[in-house]
Design a protein around this ligand. Structure first.
Ligand code: ZN
Length: 137
């Protein structure tokens, strides 16, 4: 970035065009910091916006939204396990479980009984999944 100066061309994000476009530098804040630029497409003058900074913040926001959706089961799971006063029991098809019981499943790990579906079926929230299991056989 040694060629910066008033009248030089630079790539900047344009808020009006919603694109990264060629702009002409109108003012400089310092030798290395661009002040205002003029869009060569819409002729609008605005503060310089680093296109790489605009792109980076968009990517971050996208990732955050995705992660929070993915975490919802484990969030519910964590909340339920933390608020339950039941002791963890080993999961066994013959045992009769009650609502709110914490079970220790050999494959899925610790889970909490969320719903009694049937006399012999329970819905259990595990850390990464919600499963229907058989009990009381
Ligand atoms: Zn523009």
């Amino acid at each position: 970035m040694s060629q910066l100066g008033v009248g030089k061309e630079v790539l900047s994000y344009c808020n009006k065009c919603k694109l990264t476009l060629a702009h002409l530098i109108v003012t400089m804040k310092s030798d290395t910091t661009i002040g205002k630029v003029q869009c060569k497409t819409c002729q609008g003058t605005h503060a310089y916006k680093d296109p790489s900074a605009v792109k980076a913040s968009k990517t971050r926001r996208g990732k955050k939204t995705k992660a929070s959706t993915k975490d919802s089961i484990s969030d519910i799971w964590m909340e339920k396990v933390a608020s339950s006063s039941s002791k963890s029991q080993k999961y066994n098809i013959k045992t009769k479980f009650e609502l709110g019981d914490i079970i220790d499943h050999p494959k899925f790990g610790p889970g909490i009984i969320e719903k009694l579906i049937d006399a012999d079926k329970i819905q259990v929230i595990f850390r990464h999944d919600i499963k229907t299991l058989i009990h009381n056989k």
